[in-house]
Design a protein around this ligand. Structure first.
Ligand SMILES: Nc1ncnc2c1ncn2[C@@H]1O[C@H](COP(=O)(O)OP(=O)(O)OP(=O)(O)O)[C@@H](O)[C@H]1O
Ligand SMILES: [Mg+2]
Length: 261
């Protein structure tokens, strides 16, 4: 269980990027973080990854407090951030230097197969397309079998076709080791395609506005009425988050759920 407990982050210039944010994420759950620009999504992932310190509150993984980068937590950024002086295979195997080379090779080969890039193992990052580079970044994140995987708008720079195929690769890898996943996205359909729960955030200060469980069977049929209805619910929540204070959502939560979804 990943537990975020009353997290607040105020930057040195006084910006309240997060205020009193609490969230529990079950083992193997996929959560989509959605919200307007500046509501603290990246800040939140950086705190969980141990790349920055919270002003107050705690991040706990199975009871252990995380304050610095932890091997059980992997992160994928919006851009691939590959090391240009290493081949594709060496980029993927970068975090496995403690393993015997035969096992490292086997794991890297498998991860590259899972993202459809086995034949590109010996290439340089510059010889790959943007979508291929992001596949390498995803393979690199999964190869260490993290318990928690954080993805910060990993597909936002890619076209819709590439993005859909990366969703498939991501879910195939997730099926193997079933990490807990937090994915930041601006794309409501992407969130609904991937996640078990959508968490909608609000800015100034960054906080959770609403949470919507997505009870949809996998593999998900993006053309089904249930998918469209779920996407509409998330869009409505996102739209409200931009226009209405948080209290209104909380008051609505006290109504019987059937009244509005
Ligand atoms: N290092 C920093 N110093 C000061 N303020 C910062 C810093 N990093 C982020 N902020 C501010 O904190 C707030 C939250 O930023 P953050 O990057 O977490 O938002 P976000 O939800 O990821 O936005 P986006 O969707 O645009 O990526 C913003 O107001 C931003 O300007
Ligand atoms: Mg961001």
């Amino acid at each position: 269980m990943l537990s975020l407990e009353r997290l607040s982050k105020t930057y040195a210039d006084g910006t309240r990027a997060l205020s009193d944010l609490s969230l529990k994420v079950r083992e193997s759950e996929i959560v989509a973080l959605i919200g307007g620009s500046g509501c603290g999504k990246t800040t939140l992932l950086r705190l969980i990854a141990g790349l920055d310190r919270a002003t107050s509150g705690a991040v706990r993984l199975d009871g252990e407090t995380l304050t610095e980068p932890h091997p059980a937590v992997g992160i994928v950024f919006q851009e691939p951030r590959l090391l240009p002086w290493l081949t594709v295979a060496d980029n993927v195997g970068f975090g496995l230097s403690d393993l015997p080379s035969s096992e490292r090779r086997a794991r890297v080969t498998h991860a590259l197969e899972m993202v459809g890039l086995a034949e590109h193992a010996g290439r340089w990052p510059r010889e790959l397309s943007g979508g291929q580079q992001q596949r390498v970044a995803i393979a690199r994140a999964f190869v260490t079998a993290p318990k928690v995987l954080l993805l910060d708008e990993p597909f936002s720079a890619l076209d819709a076709f590439t993005r859909a195929s990366l969703h498939e690769h991501l879910l195939a890898l997730w099926e193997e080791s079933r990490p807990t996943v937090l994915i930041v996205t601006h794309d409501v359909h992407e969130g609904v395609a991937l996640a078990d729960r959508a968490v909608v955030m609000q800015p100034k200060p960054g906080r959770i506005y609403d949470e919507l469980p997505l009870h949809l069977a996998r593999p998900r049929d993006k053309t089904s009425p249930a998918f469209e209805a779920a996407a509409r619910r998330v869009l409505t929540a996102l739209d409200r988050s931009l226009h209405e204070p948080r209290q209104a959502a909380q008051e609505r939560d006290r109504e019987p759920a059937g009244l509005w979804w």
